[in-house]
Design a protein around this ligand. Structure first.
Ligand code: HEC
Ligand code: HEC
Length: 218
């Protein structure tokens, strides 16, 4: 009974708390709207990407260590959203902030870069997990993640669902922890709800499985 009451109180107060504190994860306005409406130019994007290469590498494949994600081949919509979310403080990334500050990049530059990156080939030599969690990870992924991220990790550009295929294991693991623990505040709340009950071993397993996906052709 006690447990039931606690759950009930939680269920009643949570939606209120969520509307008060969590920013709407996919509101299209301001600079994101400007970037989405702009017709990005890949050639201009290539030069604007220059300062990013120190971390994300010239081919945008990131680092096997997971310190820097692969951003080549990612859906342009997703890239624009992530960059503007980071600028807007909805996702923390202090190391990168000076490079994407609004004194450095306009929304039109962001569109150029996103169009350029989306068309880059995706390398299959991403950082893999230990492999021991793949079987369990597959069960979890197919139950909880396929509807949004796709059976092959391809995501869905129109809905801002990222492609997670061929991403570095350690980056995936870091992000799913951020999502579970509420540290990635731009996350889709439906995803947060499915990941909330995951143990750290579950997160390791599902990241292990996602890192096995082969690159998906755009
Ligand atoms: C000083 C290193 C550094 C530089 C320079 C840098 N980034 Fe990043 N970037 C990062 C890190 C670290 C992350 C991952 C943060 C995290 O763990 O959430 C990241 C994440 C991203 C993401 C989100 C990827 C995803 O899958 O959600 C995008 C998009 C991105 N960077 C684009 C850029 C662009 C464009 C530039 C240049 C204008 C740039 N970055 C320059 C370090 C850097
Ligand atoms: C309701 C749709 C939905 C479901 C279900 C969902 N996700 Fe997501 N996921 C998203 C969206 C949307 C984003 C990007 C959110 C944002 O803008 O930060 C995302 C981002 C991510 C990222 C970060 C990708 C990157 O490049 O930074 C990872 C990793 C991830 N999801 C893993 C999972 C896993 C594992 C599951 C299942 C346990 C799952 N997601 C279930 C919609 C979903």
């Amino acid at each position: 009974m006690k447990h039931f009451l606690a759950t009930l109180t939680l269920a009643l107060t949570l939606p209120l708390a969520a509307t008060a504190q969590t920013p709407v994860w996919n509101e299209i306005k301001g600079e994101l709207k400007l970037a989405l409406e702009a017709k990005g130019d890949a050639q201009r994007g290539k030069s604007a990407f220059g300062p990013c290469e120190g971390c994300h590498r010239a081919d945008a494949s990131g680092r096997i260590s997971g310190a820097y994600p692969r951003i080549s081949g990612q859906h342009a919509n997703v890239l624009m959203k992530q960059i503007t979310d980071i600028r807007g403080g909805r996702r923390a990334n202090p190391k990168m902030e000076p490079f994407i500050d609004d004194h450095v990049l306009t929304p039109f530059d962001i569109a150029d870069i996103a169009v350029y990156l989306q068309a880059l080939p995706v390398s299959a030599t991403n950082g893999k997990g230990p492999g021991t969690g793949v079987e369990r990870g597959k069960q979890l992924y197919e139950k909880d993640c396929t509807t949004c991220h796709g059976a092959k990790g391809e995501g869905d550009a129109a809905k801002f669902y990222p492609m997670v295929a061929a991403q570095h294991y350690k980056y995936l693991l870091r992000e799913v922890k951020f999502i579970r623990d509420g540290d990635r505040r731009n996350s889709n709340p439906d995803m947060v709800n499915v990941i909330k009950p995951y143990s750290t071993a579950d997160l390791e397993a599902v990241a292990d499985y996602m890192a096995q996906f082969k690159p998906v052709a755009p």
